[in-house]
Ligand binder design. Structure first.
Ligand SMILES: *Cc1c(COP(=O)(O)O)cnc(C)c1O
Length: 460
């Protein structure tokens, strides 16, 4: 079909929604490295992980071989409330940029949580419920994951305990109230409710918390409360698996119109939206069927791919979680306090780390003032007020489209618009007032953080 017939929004019908998630690991020759026990250095098997995670989610986490995993009907039914999500042709942005490039974005912000995180939240809550558990615990930083999980738990009637990084708890009271509306209990982290929280508070009185620290508390709360397990909104293999629904829908929509992307772009915090968006395309690439340029975009203030080490590291500050092999800045790394754009996690999905290491994808880092410039331009022409995280992808999509303008190439660019930014207006305010600065960590700062990487036998 001719490209000029492409509508502004390509909607799929409910029947065109995928029946199965796609597990990209099945097509990877070099599988992502296994999680290791931080005490012994031995790979973590099913039994080792059972105190922390739900059984079915562990099976998904450890399954490197099953290519297509059925999406249970109840999850598909929930998806139908806000999916399939639209793939939008950014005609207005193209016009504004005067570029010959064709730009598409997959919009995941069309649900109350305002991001793609609901795709995995409902799956994780579903399996917890299936197992007969009472509830789940988790951490949240900016609040999108906590909100998504609260919605999923509210729907299924599961209890939900959220440890929210203290600075966000105080600065984002509206997020907190959304979570409570869906029935979650929200505790500022670090808190006095866990051993690890008390220890961190004793060592750093007055700390405003970090994601790594909230993870430690949530894990402790899960493992010390009968009938509870811990769930995580990014980084893990299972989360990328659930998020493959984004890429599968994108591919179906593009195929309908005979569109083949040249460049696929996504922002990368822990890697779940990017991993989900690219999975089916990466599968084709891994099987040698097609080639695409795939670009991960991260903040210059938290540059895991572009300046991190590919090594085993702790996933959390309290060092209670398994070790994961990933591009990491070190578990002590905390981005500068003036960084407002999200994507603050020190590590990166093991799957994406392996793919990046093997040369299947690229990564770039961008400064936050440039990200907010792109966000504002996008909002003014396309209407949607983007989340700061998503705007990292917008920035690089615009940059690539401007390169096409110089060369006259009509490339097709697809990027992930992961969410909306209504709860990020303090960051937008800083940008508008000219109070936003770009802090890029020095090599010396990164070196001191790398020095805390654990020694793992057989690793250099
Ligand atoms: C959480 C979040 C991200 C980053 O997380 P990934 O796991 O890297 O996808 C990006 N955009 C939005 C809107 C988010 O809420």
């Amino acid at each position: 079909m001719a490209n000029q017939n492409i509508p502004y929004k390509i909607y799929l019908s409910e029947d065109e929604m995928p029946q199965t998630w796609y597990n990209v690991r099945a097509d990877m020759k070099n599988k992502p490295a296994p999680l290791l026990n931080p005490g012994t250095g031995a790979p973590m098997g099913f039994e080792d992980l059972r105190p922390v995670f739900c059984d079915e989610l562990i099976r998904q986490e450890l399954d490197d071989d099953t290519r297509d995993i059925p999406i249970p009907q109840e999850i598909r039914d929930f998806y139908k409330m806000y999916r399939p999500s639209p793939l939008v042709r950014a005609y207005c942005l193209e016009k504004k940029l005067q570029t010959p490039a064709k730009i598409y974005y997959k919009f995941e912000g069309n649900n109350t949580s305002g991001s793609h995180k609901l795709n995995s939240a409902i799956a994780q809550a579903y399996y917890a419920k299936q197992q007969g558990l009472k509830g789940v615990t988790t951490e949240t930083g900016a609040g999108q994951w906590g909100t998504a999980l609260s919605m999923a738990c509210g729907y299924l009637g599961l209890d939900c305990k959220v440890y929210m990084v203290k600075v966000s708890y105080e600065q984002k009271p509206f997020r907190r109230e959304v979570m409570r509306t869906y029935g979650a209990s929200v505790t500022p982290s670090p808190s006095e409710t866990t051993n690890v929280g008390r220890a961190i508070l004793k060592e750093h009185p007055g700390t405003t918390g970090s994601l790594g620290c909230a993870i430690s508390e949530a894990v402790e709360a899960a493992t010390s409360t009968p009938g509870y397990r811990y769930v995580l909104g990014s980084v893990l293999n299972q989360v990328l698996l659930h998020q493959s629904v984004i890429g599968l829908e994108t591919k179906t929509a593009l195929d309908k119109y005979g569109v083949v992307p040249d460049i696929i772009i996504g922002c990368a915090g822990g890697g779940s939206n990017l991993g989900g968006l690219i999975s089916p395309f990466m599968g084709e690439k891994l099987r040698g069927e097609k080639d695409y340029r795939i670009i991960a975009v991260e903040p210059a203030s938290c540059p895991s791919f572009t300046r991190g080490r590919f090594a085993y590291d702790f996933c959390d500050t309290g060092h209670v979680c398994p070790l994961a092999k990933m591009y990491t800045l070190g578990s002590n790394f905390i981005p500068s306090p003036n960084h407002a754009g999200g994507l603050r996690y020190h590590g990166m999905s093991s799957i994406l780390s392996q793919l990046y290491h093997d040369g299947y994808m690229e990564a770039v880092s961008v400064e936050q003032t440039k990200v907010f410039e792109a966000a504002e331009m996008f909002a003014r022409v396309e209407g949607i007020l983007p989340a700061p995280e998503s705007s990292h992808a917008i920035r690089v999509a615009i940059d690539e489209a401007m390169k096409c303008k110089e060369t006259g190439e009509e490339k097709t660019i697809v990027f992930g618009l992961t969410g909306t930014g209504y709860f990020d207006m303090v960051a937008y305010e800083k940008f508008h007032n000219g109070e936003m600065s770009d802090y890029i960590p020095t090599d010396a700062e990164l070196e001191s953080s790398f020095a805390t990487l654990p020694q793992v036998p057989g690793q250099d």
